[in-house]
Design a protein around this ligand. Sequence first.
Ligand code: ACO
Length: 377
Amino acid sequence: MPHDFMPGLDGVPAATSSISDVDGQRGVLEYRGINIETLCAQSSFLETSYLLLFGRLPTRPELDRWTSDITHHRRIKFRINDLLKCLPETGHPMDALQAAVAALGMFYPGRQVKDAENNYWSAVRLIAKLPTIVAAWARLRHGNDPIPPQDDLEFSENFLYMLTEQTPHPLWKDIFDDCLILHAEHTMNASTFTGLVTASTLADPYTVVASSIGALKGPLHGGANEEVIQMLREIGSPERARAYVEHKLAGKQKLMGFGHRVYKVKDPRATILQGLCERLFTACGPSPLYAIAVEVERTADDLLRGKGLYPNVDFYSGIIYDQMHIDTDLYTPLFAMARVSGWLAHWLEQLRGNKLFRPDQIYSGEHNRPYTPLTQR
Ligand code: ACO
């Protein structure tokens, strides 16, 4: 039966899902029916990851067990550190993360994905170990030893500690945890879809997550957060923002951190992240990058409003990480550390009633071409 071809599968449903929902006209994002504003105000990243994976908020004993299981699986085997040491220190952290996550699966046999108990522990390991891998790579590439996780530190606090060996300011910890909540899940985006395709082959979850990490890396998806910061640094001061934006748009170039396939208004995550910037900079002093970003948004609002292009999740997140002295090329790995919860929730959902992804194509080539021997070409 002939079908209309939709480039980028725009508007084509790839799954039925109860994990999250976006209303792109009103700018609403819900995880399991709860809006992200409420989750940022009242929940934690670990509680939110439980909500995403298991479909409801945990009771106190359930949350305690989940937190304890994650906390006690943060360590990585020394061979994973050895593997990271073998990689070129000039390489991108997303590639190191992808390699380490793919290798992680080799250490955990019994990869039968029909076993619920096994799947629980795979999810625990992946959520627990991604931050340890990211922090280990961040240190190893500068010739420093990795800092082991500390069981008495909360999830976000522990990550920031593993980067710097210093317990972070409580405000940083809270704001970072909100950033993880905001990046944890987002319906059928490119990396989630990539993971679903891999999951549908009944590949193990480490392979599923490694494939999603690959898709997240690109600058049209998670990689945009890094490019935004480079753009803001290039602009250099708020006064230069308008000329820069006008020049970019006149040259038909894209403004990184703007636009979204689904949102036709400002991405609600960008609005919350901007609020987090205000909180952070009120407490820690003004940020030059934030002042430039506000000016870029104002100019873009004048010039792009007619096109329905507004800041997305990647526009304000890097400014927060920059204030926390986190290397720019770690921003996308931070995204992956959070999004692994959503990827795993979709993996478990896909396994219930799995059907192998095998889409159709519209063939546009020739048929019955003669084979010309090499000597006659
Ligand atoms: N700056 C300027 N113009 C833009 C932008 C932008 N950021 N985004 C889209 N447009 C324009 C396009 O040039 C195109 O214009 P035209 O119709 O005159 O040719 C039109 O808007 C449609 O753009 P598409 O790229 O075809 O739309 P799509 O729905 O595929 O875009 C995307 C979504 C890829 C996110 C796009 O907006 C983009 O490239 N943004 C910049 C990269 C970015 O910030 N990515 C992060 C997205 S959020 C995430 O993945 C976590």
